[in-house]
Design a protein around this ligand. Structure first.
Ligand code: COA
Length: 160
């Protein structure tokens, strides 16, 4: 049986922290579906298609990764993809509370699915997509926080 996991997120934009979880997730699963989702509480600057395209260009040759985007409930999407695991990264205790709530809500809707948490590596625990957008809006650089091609796309978007 193929061990397929879905790694959902807003990825607005994808950061080195996200990429770290993806790379480590690849060691655990046969297939990893990285899925750009809609988080209704967030105002995103990239469209889901643009975020998926950025992720695709970061992993051009990785055969175990599928990049996709979806609207609607995560559990419906995970079932549709015939995956059994939801992969999420946790940075801080405040992440933990939010993730705990989401995992329990998902478990109540889809008891057969498991959420697997990975501790974000310490060097990425201060990173968030919002912080990066803020830094770049005020002329700072995304070095070590986002890959160069994401930085270029973000700069273009912020200047448009
Ligand atoms: N390292 C560094 N930063 C990280 C990270 C890591 N490993 N993993 C996440 N982050 C940051 C992100 O940059 C992001 O920052 P931001 O808040 O400034 O944007 C934040 O942590 C979390 O974002 P991310 O993991 O990209 O997505 P999210 O928390 O917005 O995702 C969904 C939530 C999409 C999974 C959730 O809203 C969802 O499932 N939506 C579908 C609808 C649904 O089913 N809702 C019911 C859920 S119970």
């Amino acid at each position: 049986m193929i061990r397929r996991a879905v790694y959902p997120g807003s990825f607005d934009p994808p950061t080195e922290g996200h990429l770290n979880i993806i790379r480590r997730g690849l060691a655990l699963f046969d297939e990893l579906v990285v899925a750009v989702a809609t988080n209704t509480s967030k105002n995103t600057i990239f469209t889901p298609e643009e975020r998926a395209a950025l992720l695709k260009s970061l992993f051009p040759k990785e055969k175990k990764i599928r990049i996709d985007y979806f609207h609607g409930l995560l559990v419906d999407y995970v079932r549709e993809k015939k995956a059994s695991v939801i992969l999420r990264g946790i940075r801080t205790m405040s992440d933990y509370e939010y993730e705990f709530q989401m995992a329990l809500a998902n478990k109540s809707m889809a008891p057969e699915l498991e959420t697997v948490f990975m501790m974000t590596e310490g060097r990425y625990s201060h990173i968030s997509s919002s912080i990066i957008k803020e830094i770049m809006r005020f002329g700072g650089k995304g070095k070590d926080m986002i890959p160069p091609l994401v930085e270029t796309a973000l700069r273009k978007k912020l200047n448009s």
